[in-house]
Design a protein around this ligand. Structure first.
Ligand code: HEC
Ligand code: HEC
Length: 629
């Protein structure tokens, strides 16, 4: 029972709710920073406040989408009282809601001026979104009404840029906020991942259920980002913003680079595609959130992806021609040093089972069924019986300390059995936009084995067989389990287990238990009921203006995973388009759509059934043990 809302004494409430008293001086963004070195602090500032010049890209996005995605309208202060509930984002504790529009007629949060050394921007009111003056603003042509109706018509006074913290800063499981709409700095955790973030609202701010894209946004699980929305890979594959912990203890892999040299790298991202080193991976993300957009947007058609094939992003050109690249690259050492300081939140002792025997039993189940993938402490080369080694290893009192709880290897989708969508992403394969950010080793991975008997939502009696293409595709790297008690639901798409939006210790444990039970007792999963379907009739607006009807109940992946350039045929509004559209609108061409699906896998919560053959008592013990990670 948690009395947080009633508690007069914060300390009492933290004691009752299992969280610790916040340290002194913890009410500024510098909280906890006392222990950081100067370089780590600079890195923290980069993570929280540096946009790499991406604000220009977000202005461009607002223009080409005519406001469907517009960060300036997104941060409108009138949303502040319900930003967590409706957008899933975090209110900046140093700001308050505007009581009136500003001099330009815009509703902007009123923020304390906080100078961040070397970083020239102000808070927008939302953690991770920064406000800049727009150099192209002209007060004589400015018209707020025109702007709100269509941001493409007039230049606004501000640009809004995005930092890494926007998605990666989340509520601290050990210091949950009393009121999620009014957090304090010490309620945040730098890299746990914002599990409550509703990205669908960011990219569909003005859509209605009449528009198919609204349904795509609506189905996107909280806490995920479709990181290949642009540059698009034509697959709707939102993926969980995972926690970044124990970076210093993450296993290394020796991989071959494009030039034939060997480098020690981590397998970054769900599919382990970013594999040229951590700094390269981070710089790529900056580009993905807008850096060097003058160059980047010449390489692909950002939103629809229909007008041109992708071209690879050239690192040498970016370094030469884009000042933001150079300025950001210079900050990466600090950012990495900062990320290395991050350790997982361990569940407070009062929530951990007191039954030592049960915990020992859970540890043995882990040793026998999980540790070969979920441990960075691995048997020395030449160990004969690895399982015997794990059984002993888990008995050590420090087994969990600095254990990344993953071998960081890539596992084929045929072996792990989870929904293949994210592993089908093409952006890091040869000839595509992130080609230079993946190793040759990645690109030369063998294709995963053919998948047999996938659920067919169009004709359930005719299961689908699918041979995943290769070129790097077809794998998921093993994620860390450190601090996993706090980050359910699970799997790369956050589709396994209950989402309750409750950041308290209690709320997180409810979600944890539900997800772990569904993981270990697969028969408790929704299974074919988990297919994401549209909840009413809608339409895909084609460039020509023609509205392609989509009947209610259509799986969003049926349209969401279509290679859009192949739809060029439908680009013009003519007799042919209408003829095809008639049949599509009645669901009569679903088989054709299915055959052209880039990832014909619809059940989102399937797979990863390791441990499901254990006895109920062993499963219970294992769950108790995993809580302590
Ligand atoms: C719009 C949301 C969003 C923003 C902003 C964002 N990230 Fe991420 N980040 C994600 C998601 C989602 C993942 C998981 C993606 C995946 O693994 O495929 C991720 C994963 C990562 C990982 C890999 C973690 C791992 O364990 O492999 C790193 C490193 C990372 N992000 C760094 C950054 C950096 C650096 C920035 C700022 C330039 C940033 N992120 C900004 C959403 C975001
Ligand atoms: C063959 C390697 C392998 C084994 C064995 C294995 N896992 Fe996993 N585990 C994975 C991979 C790969 C994923 C990511 C799958 C995905 O997201 O689609 C994963 C994901 C998870 C997740 C979700 C993490 C998150 O943040 O979403 C949990 C929890 C988990 N495993 C627990 C276990 C437990 C408990 C066991 C033992 C019963 C186990 N795993 C055995 C490879 C393995």
């Amino acid at each position: 029972m948690c009395f947080r809302r009633l508690a007069v004494l914060t300390i009492l409430s933290y004691a009752v709710c299992g969280a610790q008293t916040p340290p002194a001086g913890s009410d500024t963004y510098e909280y906890g920073g006392q222990a950081l070195s100067a370089q780590e602090r600079e890195g923290r500032n980069t993570w929280y406040f540096w946009t790499g010049g991406g604000e220009k890209f977000w202005r461009y996005t607002a223009q080409i989408t005519h406001g469907i995605t517009d960060l300036l309208q997104y941060v409108d202060s009138r949303r502040r009282p319900e930003r967590f509930k409706t957008l899933g984002v975090l209110n900046d504790p140093d700001c308050t809601q505007a009581t009136a529009p500003d001099e330009f007629g815009l509703w902007m949060d009123v923020c304390k001026t906080v100078e961040i050394p070397g970083i020239p921007s102000q808070s927008s009111g939302v953690v991770g979104l920064r406000k800049f003056k727009n150099p192209r603003f002209d007060k004589f042509t400015w018209d707020v009404k025109k702007y709100m109706a269509d941001p493409a018509t007039v230049e606004p006074p501000y640009l809004i840029g995005m930092t890494c913290g926007f998605c990666h800063i989340g509520f601290n499981p050990l210091y949950p906020p009393k009121d999620p709409e009014n957090p304090r700095w010490y309620n945040f955790s730098s890299a746990i991942g914002n599990q409550y973030f509703k990205e669908g609202t960011l990219f569909g701010l003005k859509l209605t259920p009449k528009d198919f894209r609204w349904h795509v946004a609506d189905k996107q699980p909280a806490g995920t980002s479709d990181t290949s929305r642009f540059a698009t890979d034509h697959i709707f594959n939102p993926n969980a913003i995972n926690s970044i912990v124990y970076l210093a203890d993450r296993p290394w892999h020796s991989e071959t680079m494009a030039d034939g040299t060997t480098r020690q790298v981590h397998h970054i991202l769900k599919d382990g595609a970013d594999s040229i080193g951590t700094a390269g991976a981070s710089l790529r993300v900056y580009v993905n959130i807008g850096m060097c957009s003058d160059y980047w947007t010449t390489l692909h058609d950002p939103i629809a992806g229909t007008k041109m094939e992708q071209k690879p992003f050239r690192i040498d050109l970016a370094r030469k021609d884009c000042a933001d690249w150079r300025a950001t690259e210079a900050r990466m050492e600090g950012a990495e040093a900062f990320l290395k300081t991050i350790t997982p939140a361990r569940l407070p002792a009062e929530y951990v089972s007191k039954d030592a025997e049960q915990l020992a039993r859970g540890a043995q189940a882990f040793a026998e069924n999980c540790a070969r993938c979920h441990s960075s402490k691995q048997p020395p080369a030449g160990t004969g019986d690895a399982t015997a080694w794990y059984r002993e290893a888990v008995k050590a009192p420090d087994f969990l300390d600095r254990n990344f709880l993953s071998n960081d290897r890539r596992v084929s989708v045929a072996e792990v059995g989870t929904n293949i969508g994210r592993a089908m992403a093409t952006n890091a394969t040869a000839g595509h936009v992130w080609e230079e950010f993946s190793s040759r080793t990645y690109k030369e991975q063998a294709p995963a084995a053919e998948l047999k008997g996938l659920y067919n939502p169009v004709r359930p009696s005719k299961p689908i067989n699918f041979q995943p293409p290769g070129g790097g595709r077809g794998y998921y790297r093993v994620p860390t389990l450190a601090g996993v008690w706090a980050t359910a639901p699970y799997l790369h798409n956050n589709a396994l287990g209950l989402f309750n939006g409750d950041p308290t210790v209690h709320g997180r444990l409810v979600a944890f238990n539900d997800a772990m039970e569904k993981m270990l007792w697969p028969e408790r999963r929704p299974g074919v009921q988990s297919v994401w379907r549209t909840s009413e009739d809608s339409a895909v607006p084609l460039e020509s203006g023609y509205q392609l009807k989509v009947p209610k109940g259509t799986p969003v992946h049926l349209f969401g995973n279509i290679n859009a350039p192949q739809l060029q045929l439908l680009r013009n509004d003519n007799f042919f388009t209408r003829f095809i559209g008639f049949f599509v609108g009645r669901g009569l061409l679903n088989n054709v759509l299915l055959r052209n699906n880039l990832s014909p896998d619809f059940v989102v919560d399937r797979g990863h059934t390791f441990g499901s053959g254990l006895s109920d008592a062993d499963k219970r013990a294992l769950i108790e043990y995993v809580r302590t990670f």
